[in-house]
Every structure is written in C-alpha cells, then in structure tokens.
Ligand binder design. Structure first.
Ligand code: JFZ
Length: 442
C-alpha cells in the first residue's frame, strides 16, 4: 500500500510527481518533535489557559512581563531530539495567545519586548540544523491578542452574549488581520533560511478558509519556500485536497491508514506526553515510555508519521519527565530504528501474527514484526512459507531459526499449517522494550 498524492488545485501548478518528491524526506523520516512554548509556559496549566479561565488581557500581561527563559539552550533541545531518533522539529512561532517568539516588525507582542529581550527563533533554527534535523514552524491562525481579529465563541475575553460580542467586535477588520498573517508568514519564511514544514492551526469551526484568506496565504507560502510541506489546517473544505500535503489526526490513534475520498493519504499524528501541549506542571497523566514506543510503531504500521510534543518550562528547559521519555525512546531507536525509518504499512499478503505490529521497508524489502508480548519459544507466521529467506532479532542481529515442518519431540508436538512458518525464539525476551524480528524477504 502506498499514499496517493492528492490532486492539487490548478493554481498550485504542480504535478503529483513534484509533490511526491517534496514529501520524500518526510515520509521516510517518520518521527519528529513538536514544541509548544510561549507565555502559557509560565502559568504552566495548559496552553489554552487564557481561554479556559477567561483571563482578561490585562491579567494575562503578567506572563509577558515575566517571560525570561534563562535556561533556554536550543542546542540541548536539538541534542535530545536527535538522541530520541527524531528527524524533524516543529516549534510554535505563535500560538493562539498571539505572542511571537521572534522579533516581528508587525507587533509589539513579541519576545524581544519581554525581559528576555532576544529573538528565540534564529538560535533555534541554527541549533536543530546543526544536528541535522529538518525545521518547521507552527503558526496559529487564531489570535487572541490581535486587535483586528474578529472574536467568536472561542475567544478568551469575548462576551458570551451575542449582542455584546457584536459590539465588542465593532471596528475589528479581518482583512487587516489577513494582511498581518501574510506579513508574519513572510518574515518566518524569509528570515530563517530554508524552512521545511509549516503547521498552520485553526482548531474550531468558527471560521473557514475565506475568512483566513487561506488560498492567498498558501500561494505566498509556496512562492517563498517552494519545497515546504504544509499541513491541512487552513480551513479548506474537508473533502477537497486543496492546499495540504498531509492530514493531521490528533490525540487519538486512527484505526487504519488515514483516507480522503477512500484513498490513502500522507498523514501525521501529533501527540502529547501528558495531555496538554504547553508545559503543565501538575498534570499526572504522563504516558509511559512503552506506550510512546508502541505509539510510534503503530503509527508507522498504518503508514503515518508521529510528531511527539514537548512543552518546555518557563525557564526554557525540558522537564525531567519529558527528558526521561525522550531518552527511553532513543534507547529503543538506537537498536530498532530500522523498523521505523523508510518503513510503512506491510503488504496485505503478510498476515499480522497475534499481539504483533508489522512495518515494512519497500526499498530493502524487509518486514518487521514488533512483538508486544514476547511469545514463548514459537511464533507461527501463517502463510509465510517461501516468503522470506532469513530471520533475525533486530537489536543484536542474532539469527532466528525457523521451520515449516511439524515437529514432535518428548511430550509435545508443534504443528503448523502447510503454508505456515514457525520461528524458534529464545525463551528470554530480548532487552528492547518492544523487541523486533526482522525478516529478509525472498
Ligand atoms: C490545536 C490547538 O488548539 C492546541 O493548543 C495544540 O496546538 C494542538 C496541536 O492543535 O488543537 C486541536 C487542533 C485540532 C484538533 C484538536 C485539537 N482536531 O482536529 O481534533
């Protein structure tokens, strides 16, 4: 199975082949780091805190006045991302709160006007590039700070009453806000060198693409960075494939390869360590390292990418709980990444053994069996007879013997169907959190 490249609108003037080419590194790399960082890191109770608690702008200002991440060290972030096996990164240049992490000409609500006083993006981009990672920006279409943004139900200081809201919106002009977005996106795509990915975000249905002027926004993006990969959150009608390179299901695991109009499309799921995207001090719902490793494997087994989020603290470092999980993933990836990079869903002709997830590398023609539970001595592969020539445990490259015959000995008889193959596994589970069996196909 492969991803179908969706048709592009005529104005995009590009062929499916060109699109496929630009998507190549992304499809191959599979695993990236999302970073949510902004003023909300100070209250440390969700990046939506301003909305959730209906905080007035004058009360939210204290976070701006105290923003001073003295431990900010993007080289350290980049090292941790790389060690975890991540190949690209996406940082919130501006989240819904409207605060900008770079020295934008078009607003005062930016990092250079906080006590920190310096641009954050330049060093960020340089540090991740230096570690060989691709770099992307998240940019929120929603803006809770901009004076021209027409407020709706999902806007923090907005009166709930419709008439009052209409009054509060008097004089606000989305046309001006559209210009603001284009100016800022131009800065983001011209001041920091090559940018590989752009993650736009609107996250409620209050507005659609016409109100964002998404079509022109996208044309601008393509003009400034022709090879950039753009996500699907620009408010275009769902059934069209306009203006996006990949779909972004979030906070759940799709049951199968994500489809549009019945066709497999490139997709990336973004996920959190603990539920919130921004640093949340008192959140105690952190996923275990094993859950996260399974999440990565399962995503790739369905042909997708995983963008795993870290919310740095107000002081600018990765919380220990985040670092520990990155380390654990890196430990697994060090010996097993061959089942992730360049891999995708396995061909249908390979039946999934019980308690296993499959991935497949179409270039090297290797099949990867991820054993969620280590089987006792025998793993029967139904219908695999004649389909592979060698089997090994991925982490140490040790041979796995296999047979197709029914074997009898002592008090036991191992039987298998005519086209089945039995792998003869070591009794002791290998060291990896999720051990991987590599089959070299015929
Ligand atoms: C959005 C943001 O509101 C959130 O703060 C975070 O940045 C996240 C990555 O994106 O939230 C969404 C967006 C889309 C869906 C759900 C939450 N969705 O499609 O289900």
């Amino acid at each position: 199975a492969t991803a179908q490249t969706p048709a592009t609108p005529s104005w995009a003037k590009e062929t499916a082949a060109a699109k496929e080419k630009r998507m190549q590194w992304w499809t191959n790399d599979r695993f990236g780091m999302f970073i949510h960082w902004g003023l909300y890191s100070l209250p440390a109770r969700h990046e939506w805190v301003q909305m959730n608690e209906r905080i007035k702008p004058e009360d939210y200002k204290k976070y701006f006045d105290n923003f001073n991440p003295d431990l900010y060290d993007p080289k350290q972030w980049a090292k941790e991302a790389k060690a975890a096996g991540m190949k690209y990164v996406v940082l919130t240049s501006k989240h819904h709160e409207g605060f900008c992490l770079w020295d934008s000409k078009y607003t005062d609500y930016k990092v250079t006007n906080t006590p920190y006083g310096k641009d954050l993006l330049k060093d960020f981009v340089d540090a991740f590039r230096a570690e060989g990672l691709k770099v992307g920006f998240y940019y929120s279409l929603i803006d809770w700070h901009h004076p021209d943004f027409v407020m709706d139900g999902g806007h923090p200081p907005t009166p709930v009453d419709k008439e009052e809201r209409a009054k509060a919106n008097e004089g606000r002009d989305m046309k001006k806000y559209q210009e603001y977005m284009k100016n800022q996106v131009t800065e983001l795509l011209t001041k920091f060198g090559k940018i590989d990915q752009l993650f736009f975000d609107f996250s409620y249905n209050g507005k659609e693409y016409k109100e964002w002027d998404s079509e022109n926004l996208l044309k601008l993006v393509r003009k400034l960075q022709p090879d950039i990969i753009v996500n699907d959150r620009l408010g275009f009608p769902v059934e069209t494939s306009w203006g996006w390179d990949y779909k972004t299901p979030e906070q759940f695991m799709p049951k199968e390869w994500v489809k549009v109009n019945g066709q497999n499309v490139p997709w990336e799921t973004c996920q959190t360590f603990s539920g919130s995207w921004g640093y949340y001090r008192d959140e105690y719902s952190w996923k275990s390292p094993e859950q996260l490793i399974v999440m990565l494997i399962e995503t790739v087994s369905k042909g997708g990418n995983l963008l795993l989020n870290v919310g740095p603290t107000a002081r600018g470092h990765f919380d220990e709980r985040a670092s520990d999980r990155l380390t654990a993933m890196g430990k697994w990836m060090k010996f097993n990444s061959r089942s992730i990079y360049g891999c995708t869903e396995a061909p249908e002709s390979f039946k999934k053994p019980a308690n296993c997830l499959l991935t497949y590398n179409p270039t090297t023609k290797r099949l990867y069996i991820h054993a969620m539970q280590w089987p006792f001595k025998t793993l029967t592969l139904e219908g695999y007879k004649g389909k592979f020539k060698y089997a090994q445990i991925l982490e140490d490259g040790s041979e796995i013997k296999f047979s197709t015959n029914t074997r009898s000995g002592g008090h036991t008889t191992e039987t298998s169907g005519e086209n089945d193959v039995m792998l003869h596994l070591p009794v002791r589970k290998p060291g990896s959190t999720i051990p991987v069996i590599e089959l070299i196909l015929e």
